[in-house]
Write a protein that binds this ligand. Structure first.
Ligand code: NAG
Ligand code: NAG
Ligand code: NAG
Ligand code: NAG
Length: 523
């Protein structure tokens, strides 16, 4: 009888005695909680008490020992966190499953205890309780560590400069997408979605995985527009950037204009279209791989890769699939992500293309005698005319002809669909890889020059000023151009940006935005 009673008191608590124990444990845990939250708080720094293991000597403090009424509880707590009193055996090991299943907070644990004691025969095992408490503390510690680690990552990234601040921005926005339902709200709102395929609107397409650059393109377009309500932006990005991109534009609405953000994984193409696009994607991968292999043995190829990383970015090539990306549209204005718009783009939409596919600005100018001069780039700057395939009369290309500029084009998608342009482009991509990249240096523009040859309508040169970041154009040209294009290597978001030009871009970065501030963008 006596044994039984002792065992009962020793091993189990009846419902009558559970409450005070829970309360006492609550007090202890509250103390533990304060300890944990104080010593693990990010502000206190990792140096003070970095782990549960550090709590060991704190729990060895006499406060937990003599004179405490819940002797067994204390013993179990001590065993759980420190090990046996006599020094045999280490602390109780709590497995990951228990940690995962543990309560998130002390309140949660007490609530759990309350329900367990009411429907678990009104009895509770002290060991179970302590085990759960430890699992909870481990979980809390893990969460605090995780949060602190994330804080550290963001701070670290923010401190190294602009490109890192952009990584920081992408990470924060992607995080926001998971945490904040507002960041996941549908883009555009369902009531506007019919505009996405309505040709009465001005459709602007942007293929990019650079959130900040996309934000600048969109803001500058809006700022210079006289009819925002007619603008429909279409942003296509890769799967990895999708959530961050979506977050940004959900949290920064642009009404009365609307915007659609799509990841490449969202396109629901018919099988034959899907196969077509996948073939291009695979060709780009094959080309990049082949180029990397050449770069390993040939310094010249390696230098190209460091100088022009864009040449290896899939997003840069996918513009050749605009008709597939926007199957229901007749006309789109295509913008690169390194442009700033300074004038209303409405007139571009009504521009007469005379049956051509691509409206583009020429890299040349007509001089006073009516001759075409090429202060910009000629075909010969892009393509290797020493190669018989390129100089073949069958192809009919002239090395001295002025190239047209990519990055601000208006495309007639219907005329494009009737043409062979996409197939021709893909054919040449393969040919260049097979020739060991002897036809042109890897890049998206040279095969475009071949594929669109004869289908380009030149438009007034004031529409597009290219080459920023390679050179500094005349101030009056900079002021008057409808679209300025940082096509040179010194991109405005890089630390190597040219300060005189940076101001034109930076003016469209929203410095009161909390994400921009947290990541120290452009400070
Ligand atoms: C396209 O938009 C215009 C202007 O809002 C509207 O009048 C027209 O009915 C729309 N067309 C379709 C097919 O929804
Ligand atoms: C398209 O290209 C194929 C093969 O390159 C060629 O046989 C065909 O005639 C071309 N069609 C047009 C409309 O140019
Ligand atoms: C241009 O083509 C010729 C002939 O194939 C080749 O010998 C040369 O290396 C090529 N130039 C470049 C820069 O690839
Ligand atoms: C800039 O960001 C703030 C805060 O996110 C927002 O309230 C404001 O409307 C933004 N300004 C512009 C011009 O987008």
């Amino acid at each position: 009888m006596q044994m039984k009673s002792k065992e009962k008191v020793g091993r189990r608590y009846s419902s009558r005695s559970v409450l005070p124990v829970v309360l006492a444990a609550g007090m202890l845990l509250l103390f533990l909680f304060i300890l944990v939250s104080f010593f693990f708080a990010p502000e206190a720094g990792a140096s003070f008490c970095p782990s549960i293991g550090c709590l060991r000597w704190k729990l060895g403090h006499p406060f937990f020992g003599a004179g405490d009424p819940s002797v067994e509880l204390v013993r179990e707590l001590r065993k759980a966190f420190v090990g046996d009193q006599d020094g045999h055996g280490g602390p109780v090991v709590v497995d990951q499953t228990s940690v995962d299943a543990a309560a998130e907070s002390l309140d949660g644990l007490i609530a759990e205890m309350a329900t367990t004691t009411s429907d678990y025969n009104q009895h509770m095992d002290v060991k179970t309780f302590v085990h759960k408490a430890k699992a909870m503390l481990l979980k809390m510690e893990h969460n605090v560590k995780k949060a602190r680690l994330q804080g550290l990552i963001y701070r670290q990234l923010a401190s190294i400069g602009i490109p890192k601040s952009m990584h920081c921005l992408t990470l924060l926005l992607a995080d926001e997408y998971t945490l904040n339902s507002l960041a996941r709200s549908s883009l555009p709102l369902p009531e506007y979605s019919s505009r996405l395929t309505n040709d009465s609107y001005i459709h602007i397409a942007l293929l990019t995985n650079n959130v900040l650059a996309a934000a600048v393109v969109v803001s500058s377009t809006l700022a210079s527009s006289t009819s925002r309500e007619n603008l429909v932006f279409h942003i296509v990005t890769d799967k990895k950037t999708y959530t961050a991109m979506h977050s940004w534009f959900s949290l920064n609405p642009i009404l009365p204009a609307i915007i659609e953000v799509k990841g490449l994984h969202h396109f629901d193409w018919p099988a034959h279209v899907n196969a077509l696009v996948m073939e291009t994607v695979e060709e780009i991968h094959r080309s990049s791989l082949a180029h990397h292999q050449l770069a390993r043995v040939n310094e010249e190829y390696g230098r190209l890769e460091t100088l022009n990383p864009n040449a290896f970015s899939l997003m840069n090539y996918l513009r050749i699939h605009l008709p597939e990306l926007f199957p229901k549209l007749k006309r789109v204005i295509f913008l690169d992500d390194d442009v700033v718009v300074q004038r209303d783009l409405t007139d571009l939409l009504n521009f007469e293309l005379n049956g051509n596919v691509n409206g583009a600005v020429s890299a040349g100018v007509i001089d006073d005698e009516g001759y075409q001069q090429c202060p910009g780039k000629e075909y010969g700057d892009y393509l290797n005319f020493s190669n018989p395939i390129i100089s073949s009369p069958l192809l009919g290309l002239e090395s001295q002809k002025c190239a047209w500029l990519g990055g601000m084009n208006v495309f007639d998608l219907q005329a494009w669909r009737r043409s062979n342009i996409t197939q021709t482009y893909r054919h040449w991509l393969r040919l260049n890889r097979e020739s060991g990249f002897h036809l042109w240096r890897m890049g998206a523009q040279p095969p475009s020059l071949i594929a669109f040859d004869g289908k380009v309508q030149l438009i007034d040169s004031s529409w597009h000023l290219s080459g920023l970041g390679r050179r500094i154009p005349e101030p009056q040209l900079l002021e008057s151009a409808a679209v300025i294009h940082f096509s040179g290597p010194r991109k405005p978001w890089l630390e190597i940006a040219i300060p005189e030009l940076l101001v034109f871009w930076k003016a469209h970065v929203n410095h009161s935005n909390e994400f921009i501030r947290t990541c120290k963008v452009m400070e």
